[in-house]
Design a protein. Structure first.
Length: 271
């Protein structure tokens, strides 16, 4: 039984499930079909670099991804919000080293995880941003997070045209895209396609201080307006014009046109 309020859509494509689990392990070897899909979307095929022996799965549901993870990891900790699904899941994997936690992942304490672990999951679309933010600000960061999310969101995070979320992610992790998964591969099918995204958190901390995002939030107050207009809440347009000129930033630039390093240069002159 599917609870639509929880955004439950079960993926049954074993190729993709195995790919997600293998990427999480760090030994991704895509099938010929997936290699073709990866090449078509200019995605990476992964590297043979085993990362950890424990996987934390977000929202295991019926256990389709859990099965792939259990074949690759010594232990899987599965955090499931739905009490009935959490209660039934262990019975599907007798004798396996599976720990099921009936909890809201957004309230789960990642600081309690061991030093070396990875995260994998088929993420409900409606809480994608909060989940990513939680992962990248965890008290104990995972070595890698391999998530299946809405294709449009995955593309926006990885794209050269920035958003507040993409800048947040790129300040805290490297980003790589995996294969696109068509909506017809799910039961019930969602309204849009999905895509695998692979995040590798910077274990030494974010590239730039969090204070930078006061500037970035101001910049994206009105994403379609000119950047100089949005930042005028912080400095006068005259002062901003001088700073933009010094840094070689066009007065017609929109918030999406600047990258993380550009925003940091602005931050150093404005804040």
């Amino acid at each position: 039984m599917v609870d639509k309020a929880l955004g439950q859509h079960w993926l049954y494509n074993r190729e993709v499930l195995d790919y997600i689990a293998s990427e999480a392990k760090g030994v991704a070897c895509p099938s010929d079909t997936l290699r073709a899909a990866l090449a078509k979307s200019s995605c990476s095929a992964g590297h043979i670099t085993p990362l950890a022996s424990l996987a934390l799965e977000i929202g295991p549901g019926l256990g389709t991804l859990t099965a792939s993870l259990l074949r690759r990891f010594e232990k899987v900790v599965a955090v499931e919000f739905d009490a009935k699904l959490a209660r039934n899941l262990p019975g599907s994997f007798p004798g396996k080293n599976l720990e099921v936690v009936n909890a809201d992942f957004l309230k789960f304490d990642l600081a309690k995880m061991p030093e070396d672990y990875v995260i994998a999951g088929n993420i409900p679309y409606y809480i994608t941003s909060p989940i990513i933010e939680k992962i990248l600000t965890a008290g104990r960061l995972p070595k890698r997070a391999v998530l299946l999310i809405q294709k449009e969101v995955a593309e926006r995070i990885a794209d050269e045209k920035e958003t507040g979320l993409s800048l947040f992610v790129k300040n805290r992790a490297s980003v790589r895209l995996g294969p696109v998964v068509l909506k017809g591969e799910f039961t019930p099918p969602p309204k849009v396609d999905s895509q695998v995204i692979i995040l590798e958190p910077f274990l030494d901390g974010p590239k730039y201080p969090d204070e930078l995002f006061k500037l970035i939030r101001a910049a994206f107050t009105a994403p379609r307006k000119k950047l100089i207009h949005n930042l005028s809440q912080l400095k006068s347009k005259e002062e901003l014009g001088e700073i933009f000129g010094k840094l070689g930033i066009s007065l017609n630039a929109r918030p999406a046109d600047l990258h993380l390093d550009d925003y940091y240069r602005l931050y150093c002159d404005i804040m």
